[in-house]
Design a protein around this ligand. Structure first.
Ligand code: DLZ
Length: 157
């Protein structure tokens, strides 16, 4: 993941395989939508720059990160080569953060064990908004871009 010691700015695009003729589903949480839309844009830019046809990408919005699991399962059953789950959970004053993060990460892990195609975990789990901004097109790059690369690699397995 993008961080102070692992930044996509150093990425060599020519090392990423072509994704021509591959099909992708993307679930996007509407919570913290400024962050999730930036992640989505980073993801779409990378997929299209590696040759994915716009018509071969389906974007499905869900209410919050908790619903990414169901939304991703739905897309997994629609014959895509990979699904990307995009969300942003920001710590509040209660334990809600932990419940959502645990349920979402475990749920997506379960889909990878039992489902029809890989599901990429592109959910930011940050302590504050600034950390989320830094990782969704800010100083630590865009986790959505990284998720697209992971999806291409997994789709080609
Ligand atoms: C309820 C909630 C809270 C408090 N915080 C977030 C968040 O930071 N990020 C996020 O994606 N979703 C949040 N949600 C909504 C839950 O994911 C979920 O949509 C609701 O609990 C309804 O199931």
């Amino acid at each position: 993941m993008s961080s102070s010691n692992n930044n996509l700015v150093d990425l060599d695009l020519s090392e990423i395989p072509s994704a021509k003729n591959l099909k992708f589903g993307i679930t996007v949480s509407k919570w913290n939508s400024e962050i999730t839309n930036s992640l989505l844009n980073g993801c779409l830019d990378m997929l299209q720059s590696k040759g994915v046809n716009k018509n071969d990408i389906e974007v499905l919005y869900v209410p919050g990160s908790f619903e990414l699991v169901y939304g991703s399962k739905y897309l997994q059953n629609k014959n895509y080569d990979a699904v990307i789950a995009i969300g942003s959970v920001i710590r509040g004053e209660t334990k809600h953060f932990d419940f959502i993060c645990n349920a979402t990460s475990q749920g997506i892990k379960d889909l990878n064990i039992s489902g029809n195609c890989p599901v990429i975990f592109c959910v930011l789990t940050d302590d504050n908004v600034q950390q989320s901004i830094d990782r969704s097109g800010g100083k630590y790059g865009n986790k959505g871009t990284e998720a697209a690369i992971a999806a291409i690699e997994m789709a080609l397995i």
